[in-house]
Design a protein around this ligand. Structure first.
Ligand SMILES: Nc1nc2c(ncn2[C@@H]2O[C@H](COP(=O)(O)OP(=O)(O)OP(=O)(O)O)[C@@H](O)[C@H]2O)c(=O)[nH]1
Length: 512
């Protein structure tokens, strides 16, 4: 989880408060001191921290605490509100989030200093929207850095996104205009223009940026900011904002180091929302940023809505009932196992998934993620050499037939031990999934059956490894999730929980 150290320090301070039976001024002061220290250590601007502390004190009335109210909850809420407030631009008016309109040629220009991760982020952005059904295209208007076009070309080719650039043209505004025109003709609905980043010659960078903007008339200008520069981001953000019409911010490199607070608080200077954050070099290490769920994860309170959205991204809603029907009918096959593995891979790094579950952030030991992924790959490779009959059967007689097992192993270039491992895995999963047989499914248009819902909750709790469930606050944690999702269609939700249940089991199987 990004800013993990800040999060655990804050959560730790709040947890300590819960240990006191009586919360007086002294206890509260000590807690606030720790909260302040954590924020300063994470490089959050000192002015914000001072203001934040004042606001928290205002919100948490010590007399009320003495009256026996849950001090931890009250303070947690105040800290939550203040962090949200800071990330949303200190209460100032912040622009609405930009969502490209489908079917129209949306032009998005990326700006930022050299090395901030702009080119990488352009591809991540394109890939994100491609998964959502857009037709993105990339234009390289960076004529300053030798190799910039090759880098974009390579990234774009990998993600199968059309691109445009030139090795000979030296005028970035011309390349940008030509590229945008070409992709408008080709009916691409998200045209992303990557511009040059520079270190020192900032005046010429800004002039060039102006020219490119004038040439392509972007619908949105995204400022990419490297979080590792800390509070220096503040001046940078102001300078960019003063030159071009920055409407969104993407913060990169929020993985791996604790001091993300500087950059995050600097965003307030742009009066623009953070649209996404980059959490690694890989194309899917990119997350849409929503302040409240982010802060919730930061404080170790989880982000159920984000998790469910992620599951929806991976298993489209219309395919979930089909999967559930098969499971309820007790037809767990190798093909379903394969699909589940593919879904896990699509969900991206398991550590980022875990951070959406309350209390689970940072629980995944280093190295285990890699080992699990290798195991999944190995098993999928074996399944690739299975026949349709083997993939669609539930008969162990077929799956454990020695001749077939030998052939499958040979076909995948694997030894017999690996095939045995796969079949054992299938047997374990099949047994577990068998528990879903006969599970009461919600009727279309709503759940409306509290007894069945309670039963499913129990089943779901049973699917989550006990140590994880404990971290989540046991059944209360699950119920909390329901509360957070109040107002959503319960029928849909239970279908989603089917997906989650599958995930929970899978994680258990993978030793997580
Ligand atoms: N760890 C991490 N690395 C990142 C992230 N985003 C980008 N990078 C890395 O940062 C380095 C610079 O990224 P580029 O995309 O080349 O930067 P740029 O801003 O386009 O650079 P110029 O074209 O010179 O302006 C590369 O090594 C990227 O892999 C991120 O979110 N996390």
């Amino acid at each position: 989880m990004v800013l993990g150290e800040l999060g655990s320090a804050l959560a730790g301070a709040l947890r300590k408060l819960g240990e006191h039976t009586v919360v007086d001024e002294e206890v509260m002061d000590a807690c606030l001191k720790e909260v302040t220290k954590a924020l300063l250590q994470a490089d959050v601007n000192v002015q914000y921290v001072v203001q934040m502390k004042k606001n928290i004190v205002k919100q948490v009335n010590i007399q009320e605490l003495a009256a026996g109210l849950n001090a931890r909850k009250l303070l947690e809420k105040a800290v939550f509100n203040e962090l949200v407030n800071m990330l949303e631009g200190g209460g100032a008016e912040v622009k609405e989030k930009f969502v490209p309109k489908k079917g129209k040629p949306n032009v998005v220009m990326f700006v930022g200093l050299q090395g901030c991760g702009k080119t990488t982020t352009c591809t991540k952005y394109a890939y994100h929207f491609q998964k959502k059904g857009y037709k993105p295209a990339l234009v390289c208007a960076d004529t300053f850095r030798a190799g910039a076009f090759d880098q974009l070309k390579q990234n774009a080719t990998k993600a199968r996104i059309p691109f445009y650039g030139s090795y000979t043209e030296t005028d970035p505004a011309k390349i940008a205009a030509d590229g945008v025109e070409r992709f408008k003709d080709e009916k691409n609905d998200l045209i992303i223009v990557d511009t040059s980043g520079r270190h020192k010659q900032e005046d010429s960078l800004f002039e060039e940026m102006r020219q490119v903007a004038a040439a392509v008339q972007p619908d949105m200008t995204i400022f990419v900011m490297d979080s590792s520069i800390g509070q220096a981001a503040q001046d940078q953000a102001r300078a960019f904002k003063a030159t071009v019409d920055v409407g969104s911010v993407i913060i990169t490199k929020l993985d791996g180091h604790a001091k993300g607070g500087g950059a995050i608080s600097a965003v307030a200077a742009t009066k623009s929302p953070i649209a996404f954050i980059g959490t690694g070099e890989h194309i899917d290490e990119f997350e849409a940023f929503d302040t409240k769920p982010f802060v919730s994860r930061l404080l170790g309170l989880g982000d159920w809505t984000g998790l469910i959205d992620k599951i929806n991204d991976v298993i489209p809603m219309d395919q979930q009932p089909e999967l559930m029907d098969k499971l309820v009918a007790g037809q767990f096959t190798m093909r379903i196992l394969y699909e589940q593995f593919a879904n896990i891979q699509k969900m991206g790094p398991m550590s980022s998934v875990m951070s959406m579950i309350p209390g689970m952030d940072g629980m995944l030991p280093k190295g285990q993620e890699k080992a699990s992924q290798a195991k999944i790959k190995r098993m999928m490779c074996l399944m690739d050499s299975m026949t349709d009959e083997e993939l669609d059967t539930t008969s162990l007689k077929i799956l454990q037939d020695p001749k077939r097992m030998e052939r499958i192993g040979r076909g995948a270039g694997r030894g017999p031990g690996d095939v045995v491992e796969l079949v054992e895995e299938y047997k374990r999963m099949s047994k577990m999934m068998g528990k879903m047989k006969g599970m009461k499914m919600p009727k279309k248009g709503g759940y409306g059956h509290s007894q069945a819902m309670a039963q499913n909750m129990q089943q779901m709790a049973g699917a989550i490894p006990p140590h994880m469930l404990k971290q989540m606050g046991s059944m209360a944690g699950l119920q909390n999730m329901m509360k957070q999702l109040e107002g959503k269609d319960m029928g849909k939700m239970m279908e989603q929980m089917g997906g989650m249940k599958g995930m929970g089991k899978m994680m258990k199987q993978m030793g997580m």
